[in-house]
Ligand binder design. Structure first.
Ligand SMILES: NC(=O)C1=CN([C@@H]2O[C@H](COP(=O)(O)OP(=O)(O)OC[C@H]3O[C@@H](n4cnc5c(N)ncnc54)[C@H](OP(=O)(O)O)[C@@H]3O)[C@@H](O)[C@H]2O)C=CC1
Ligand SMILES: O=C(O)[C@H](O)COP(=O)(O)O
Length: 471
């Protein structure tokens, strides 16, 4: 059983009230974290505010050298962190280790990019002004709030934390409840690495109880949130700071345009749809293709899906129990609902508690919820269309606009269609995905606002500070 305290001002905060973290694999308690009250949350923001100016006034290289000790500790503790990730979000060992490594690489790449954030140096000459010399430096915005989701407890945390801290901001970090063991461990390692008090504070507790309190704190200068659309929109409505980057849900389509290499397309779609049991914002969440192609593609997909290993993360299964029973019930409901309305289940449609077998559903129509709602689980609907023009309509009718993928040998046609698809990124002949982390990552419509990715994240946590010399 893990037991972690919150970290405020480099002090470990114990609370009488504890939050239990449930292991999705077996639904037993994996550990406990502190459940903070309003006063303690306020103290976290006060500590971040008090530490900010001094942290910002350290040189960039000094900040990097301190943060680098932290990333080294993450590397040293790779196995311990992976075990915690497995226990609290049900990832396989290999996925958990990969996630830790990805976060360490993200930190290192962020530190390197921060060194390249040079100030702009401008004269007014283009506007006929001869006596001005301006420098516009990227300076910290102040105190940030980072809120992460359960599915990548270290990576989607660190991709907010590293850019903010390296540029001289201080942070209050609220991990998802399922993710709080990892988040609290990050806080512990930050103290061990020697981050100055107040620079990084971890507040834990249930979002529905403390979320509004957190987002309405008056010290916040900027917010970076990844999670569901409903919570994202609530934050937009009520947060005190309106400087908000949101990464929300998705309903990423895979558009199969021809049958030139269906084996390859199917393999890519399956990894896209089913890795981490579909609990990825960028998972392929619908396949759109013509009747003729679907008749050939569906049996290939079904064959491959039946071979996916289903079971426990401890056995490195590919399909593992989803995060909790509530999520499993929702995924199940979407499958049953589509069946009622005439869709045909090709494989799957089997469940043991929160373990949902990978499910392929054919003949999903645009009247069904499964065509539009995000299951965040191992289910893949096939939507059959008459022609390519109709595919664009179906794709763009979604309220989501995170990513899309197109499979074809006709690259010119793919580029033509990609320009019409209303999403952040279109992947041609490859599944949708956030990485590599140096790429800008963004969603349009209900999928988010603002941009992440290493360079863009650094921009989002800074503003220009101009100094103009009149000579
Ligand atoms: N586009 C993207 O980059 C990504 C999007 N997502 C999306 O996230 C969802 C799944 O993640 P999940 O963790 O379940 O998402 P949630 O929206 O349920 O939770 C996200 C975070 O918000 C917290 N929270 C809950 N209520 C509030 C509140 N009122 N104010 C502030 N914070 C609050 C949660 O805490 P607590 O856990 O304690 O409730 C958690 O830390 C999916 O919809 C998925 O598409 C996920 C990953 C990436
Ligand atoms: O939250 C997610 O789903 C992750 O951002 C996925 O990252 P990936 O697309 O690079 O696997």
């Amino acid at each position: 059983m893990y037991k972690f305290d919150a970290v405020i001002n480099n002090e470990f905060i114990k609370t009488e009230s504890q939050l239990e973290i449930i292991n999705p694999d077996g639904l037993l308690v994996a550990g406990t974290v502190a459940a903070l009250n309003a006063e303690q949350i306020n103290q976290a923001f006060q500590a971040a505010r008090a530490a900010q100016k001094a942290w910002e006034s350290e040189s960039l290289l000094k900040r990097i050298s301190i943060l680098k000790k932290w990333s080294n500790l993450l590397l040293e503790q790779k196995e311990a962190l992976a075990q915690i990730i497995m226990a609290e979000v049900g990832k396989s060992h290999s996925d958990a280790v990969n996630e830790v490594m990805r976060s360490v690489e993200y930190m290192d790449a962020t530190f390197e990019e921060a060194k390249r954030m040079q100030p702009l140096s401008l004269t007014g000459q283009d506007f006929g002004v001869a006596n001005k010399l301006g420098t516009f430096e990227h300076v910290a915005k102040g105190v940030g709030l980072a809120i992460s989701p359960f599915n990548f407890p270290i990576n989607l945390a660190m991709s907010k934390i590293a850019p903010a801290l390296v540029m001289g901001n201080t942070l209050v970090f609220k991990p998802a409840t399922a993710g709080s063991l990892t988040g609290s461990m990050l806080g512990k390692l930050a103290v061990e690495a020697g981050l100055p008090a107040g620079v990084f504070n971890v507040v834990t507790g249930r979002g529905r109880e403390i979320g509004d309190l957190i987002t309405q704190n008056k010290e916040i200068n900027f917010i970076n949130f990844t999670g569901s659309v409903d919570i994202g929109h609530r934050i937009l409505d009520i947060a005190t700071s309106k400087d908000i980057v949101l990464e929300l849900g998705g309903k990423d389509p895979a558009l199969v345009m021809d049958d030139s290499d269906l084996e390859k397309y199917a393999s890519e779609i399956i990894v896209g749809a089913f890795s981490y049991s579909g609990q990825r914002c960028t998972a392929v969440k619908r396949v759109i293709t013509t009747n003729a192609i679907a008749d050939k593609l569906v049996p290939i997909l079904a064959d491959k899906i039946k071979k996916l290993k289903v079971g426990s993360p401890k056995d490195n299964a590919f399909i593992t129990p989803v995060i909790d029973m509530k999520s499993a019930d929702f995924i199940w409901e979407l499958i049953q609902d589509s069946k009622k309305d005439g869709a045909k289940v090709i494989t799957g449609d089997k469940r043991e508690a929160n373990l949902i077998y990978p499910t392929l559903v054919d003949f999903v129509t645009t009247k069904m919820r499964l065509a539009w709602e995000e299951p965040f689980g191992p289910v893949l609907p096939i939507i059959r269309i008459d022609d390519l023009q109709q595919s664009i309509e179906v794709i763009n009718k979604s309220n989501f606009g995170l990513q899309a993928s197109i499979y074809t040998k006709d690259i010119a046609q793919a580029i033509h269609l990609a320009k019409k698809i209303e999403v952040g990124t279109v992947n041609i002949n490859g599944k949708s995905q956030r990485g590599p982390d140096s790429f800008p990552f963004l969603g349009v419509k209900d999928s988010g606002q603002g941009v992440q990715g290493i360079h863009e994240a650094l921009l989002s946590v800074t503003r220009y500070k101009g100094i103009v010399i009149n000579y």
